[in-house]
Design a protein around this ligand. Structure first.
Ligand code: NAG
Ligand code: NAG
Length: 461
C-alpha cells in the first residue's frame, strides 16, 4: 500500500502552486468571495484608481481555472481547445499558425513590453481579421496542420515535465521495493471515494480536486471515461451541494480540454444541458464560473456541441448572465468565448483545400452563431461592456466588437451612447499612449488599444 494513494505527486503540486501564486497574487484584491452586497463598493474602488493601472479583471482571481493554461510574461503556444484565462493576451502567429498567449505586461516594467513589441513587429502579427490577407491566412492554416503533430509532441513533453517528480518518486520507491501505484489505480480509488455513500462531503470534494489533476492528461481522461468516472461527474453537476457541483464542473472542464473523445461522450451523457441549467439558475458565483469553464472546454473545436448549444438556447442562457446581479466577473469570459468561437469558425472557413477539412467545414456551416448573436441583439450587450473599467476587459470587448462590426454596423451607427463611450475611450487612451511615448515606448499597450478604438470609430464613420 503506497503512502501516495489518492494524492497527486506532492512535488508537482507545489511547483504548480508557486507558479499559480505568481500569476494571481496581484489579482486577489477583489475576491469573488466578497459577499454580493459589497459589489458596488468594489466597483467604486476600481474606478477610483485612475493611475492607468487598474486592477485586472477579478475573474482571473481563481487559481484553479488557470491550470488549463499557464500564461507567463512570455508568449507561449496554445494547444487546440485550451482555455485561456480571461485577461491574457492572445494572438495568432502567422509564421507558425499557432495561437499564442501571455499575461498582459503592465505592472512589470515597460522595457519588457517594448522588447516584446519590437520582436512582434519583426515577425508577428496580431490576430485581426482586417489585417491579414486570405493568402496569409491560407499559409497560416497550412502551417497549423503541419504543426499539429509537433504540438501534440510538445504537449506530451510538457506533461512529462510536469509529471517528472512522480517518475522520480517511483524510481526511489522501486529502489526501496515499495510498489508505486499507476495513475489508473489512483484514479480508480478516487472515483470510488467520490462514489461511495460512506464518504463525507469533504472527502468527495477532495477526491474531485485530486482527480482534476489527473484528467488533464489526455490518456488519463480516456481511462477516466472508461472507468465510468465521466458519467459520475456529469451526475455530480446535479448535486444539491454547490461545492460538489463546482468541483464536478471543474473536473469535467479539465477532462474535456482538447479531448474530442471525452467531448463526444460528455455531450451524449447530457453534460451540456446540465451545464446550461447551472448557468441559467440561481447558483453561487463559484459554481457558475466553473460551469462556464466546462462549457468553454465543451464547445471549443467541437462544432457539433456548438450547434447543440445554439439549439438548446445556450446563447439566451449566456445573455441571461448579463441581467443577473453579481455576475460581472463572468461577462468578460463570455465575451472571450464568443470571440474565440467566431474566430475559430472564420479560420476554418478561410479559403483552403483538403477533404479532411471539408467535413469539419460542413459542421461549422451549421453553427449559425453570428446570426443568432445579431438576432438576440448581442451587439448592444457587447458594446455596453466598453464601460468596464479594466483595460484587459476592454481589450477583449474591443476584439469582439471588431469581428461583430460587419454585422452590427447599422445598429452601432445609430447608437449615441456607443459613440460617446468610444469618444471617451479615445481621449483616455490618447493620453495614456502619449504618456507611454514620453517614457520611450513608441507603440505600447495603450497605443494598441487606441488603435483598436480608432479603427472602430472609423468603421462607424
Ligand atoms: C457507483 O456506486 C454505485 C452504487 O454503489 C455502483 O453501482 C456504481 O457501479 C458505481 N460507479 C462507479 C463508476 O464506480
Ligand atoms: C438532474 O438534472 C436534470 C436536468 O438537467 C433533471 O431533470 C433531474 O431531475 C435532475 N436530477 C436530480 C436527482 O436532481
Amino acid at each position: 500500500m503506497s503512502p501516495w494513494a489518492g494524492r497527486p505527486p506532492a512535488g508537482a503540486k507545489v511547483s504548480l502552486l508557486v507558479l499559480l501564486l505568481s500569476v494571481v497574487c496581484s489579482r486577489t484584491g477583489r475576491s469573488e468571495r466578497a459577499p454580493e452586497f459589497a459589489l458596488t463598493k468594489i466597483e467604486e474602488s476600481d474606478i477610483k484608481d485612475d493611475s492607468g493601472k487598474e486592477p485586472i479583471a477579478d475573474d482571473d482571481a481563481d487559481p484553479e481555472d488557470l491550470e488549463v493554461f499557464y500564461p507567463t510574461h512570455q508568449w507561449q503556444t496554445l494547444r487546440p481547445g485550451q482555455a485561456v484565462p480571461a485577461g491574457s493576451h492572445v494572438r495568432l502567429n502567422l509564421q507558425t499558425g499557432d495561437r499564442e498567449a501571455r499575461l498582459p505586461d503592465r505592472e512589470n516594467g515597460k522595457s519588457d513590453m517594448r522588447e516584446e513589441k519590437r520582436r512582434r513587429r519583426l515577425d508577428k502579427m496580431d490576430i485581426d481579421s482586417n489585417s491579414f490577407t486570405s493568402q496569409e491566412l491560407k499559409k497560416a492554416l497550412a502551417k497549423m496542420k503541419e504543426s499539429e503533430k509537433a504540438e501534440r509532441m510538445a504537449h506530451e513533453e510538457e506533461v512529462r515535465k510536469k509529471f517528472r517528480p512522480i517518475e522520480q518518486l517511483k524510481e526511489e520507491f522501486e529502489k526501496l521495493n515499495v510498489k508505486m501505484e499507476t495513475d489508473y489505480e489512483i484514479m480508480d480509488k478516487l472515483i470510488s471515494k467520490f462514489n461511495s455513500s460512506a464518504s463525507t462531503l469533504d472527502e468527495k470534494v477532495a477526491a474531485l480536486y485530486d482527480l482534476e489533476y489527473y484528467v488533464h492528461q489526455v490518456d488519463n481522461a480516456k481511462d477516466f471515461l472508461s472507468m465510468g468516472g465521466l458519467q459520475l461527474v456529469i451526475e455530480g453537476l446535479n448535486s444539491t451541494e454547490p461545492v460538489l457541483k463546482e468541483h464536478a464542473a471543474f473536473v469535467l472542464g479539465a477532462a474535456l480540454s482538447s479531448n474530442p473523445k471525452v467531448q463526444i461522450e460528455a455531450i451524449e451523457g447530457g453534460a451540456l444541458q446540465k451545464l446550461l441549467v447551472i448557468l441559467a439558475t440561481e447558483q453561487p458565483q463559484a459554481v457558475k464560473k466553473k460551469a462556464l469553464f466546462a462549457l468553454c472546454s465543451m464547445l471549443r473545436h467541437f462544432p457539433y456541441a456548438q450547434q447543440q448549444f445554439l439549439k438548446l438556447g445556450g446563447l439566451q442562457v449566456l445573455r441571461g448572465l448579463f441581467r443577473q446581479k453579481g455576475t460581472e466577473a463572468l461577462h468578460v469570459r463570455v465575451v472571450t468565448l464568443l470571440y474565440d468561437l467566431i474566430v475559430e469558425k472564420m479560420l476554418l472557413e478561410a479559403p483552403q483545400h483538403g477533404e479532411q477539412a471539408e467535413e469539419k467545414l460542413q459542421q461549422y456551416r451549421q453553427v449559425r452563431l453570428v446570426p443568432a448573436l445579431v438576432e438576440q441583439d448581442w451587439c448592444a450587450v457587447v458594446s455596453k461592456l466598453l464601460a468596464l473599467p479594466e483595460h484587459d476587459a476592454r481589450e477583449k470587448v474591443l476584439q469582439l466588437l471588431g469581428v461583430l462590426m460587419a454585422f452590427c454596423r447599422e445598429r452601432y451607427r445609430g447608437d449615441r451612447a456607443l459613440g460617446a463611450a468610444l469618444g471617451l475611450l479615445r481621449s483616455e487612451y490618447e493620453e495614456l499612449a502619449a504618456q507611454e511615448r514620453s517614457e520611450g515606448d513608441k507603440d505600447g499597450y495603450f497605443q494598441e488599444l487606441l488603435g483598436s478604438v480608432n479603427t472602430i470609430i472609423q468603421e462607424l464613420a
